[in-house]
Design a protein around this ligand. Structure first.
Ligand SMILES: [Ca+2]
Ligand SMILES: [Ca+2]
Length: 188
């Protein structure tokens, strides 16, 4: 039999020994979650989402390529599961806290939200709730947002509210005070 492709989730023992079985199965889930076209490898676009979710929110395509090249040990341009594990092995030895955060933020808790342009966002339900609560708590009584608030934490109303530029600017200012001069925002 001619070998067409290596079995993806069959991990060499020397990589496997650095993780416990629970971590391996969690990382398989994480890998499958980001492998959006389900071809069992992670391409540049899919890998970019991993980088973003690891906290590199403003990462450029060039930076993604540089990181991908580092992880892509057999230089076939995509990341297989073994390479993905090796990346996490490095991450685990460098930054245990971030590693735990990734592994425990179960892919099952992730939701996807498709906006009008067809662009798919991934976000953590918890993250959305934190922002929705902040919005309700801090901007309650804001006359410009009176028609929106309080926003329903349970559904996707939050995305509707922040699609209004004014609410988004106010939210950003909440996080980082006076980032946006509200006098410059067109309130209509
Ligand atoms: Ca893929
Ligand atoms: Ca590869």
């Amino acid at each position: 039999m001619v070998e067409a492709s290596e079995p993806t989730y069959d991990v060499p023992m020397d990589i496997k020994k650095n993780f416990n079985p629970a971590e391996i199965s969690e990382l398989i889930r994480v890998f499958k979650f980001y492998d959006t076209d389900k071809n069992e490898t992670m391409d540049k676009k899919e890998f970019k989402q991993v980088c973003i979710d690891l906290g590199h929110r403003d990462i450029t395509d060039e930076q993604v390529q540089t990181m991908l090249n580092e992880v892509d040990l057999n230089s076939d341009g995509v990341i297989c599961f073994s390479e993905f594990l090796l990346m996490f092995q490095k991450l685990k030895s460098k930054n245990e806290k971030l590693f735990t955060q990734v592994v425990s933020s179960k892919a099952g808790d992730m939701n996807q939200n498709v906006d009008d342009s067809g662009f798919t966002h991934s976000y953590l339900v918890e993250e959305k709730e934190v922002f929705a609560r902040a919005l309700n708590h801090h901007l309650e009584g804001d006359k410009d947002l009176a028609h929106y608030l309080p926003v329903n934490i349970e559904n996707d109303d939050f995305f509707f509210v922040v699609s209004d530029g004014i609410a988004l600017c106010k939210l950003i200012n909440l996080v980082q005070e006076n980032t946006i001069d509200m006098r410059a925002v067109n309130m209509k």
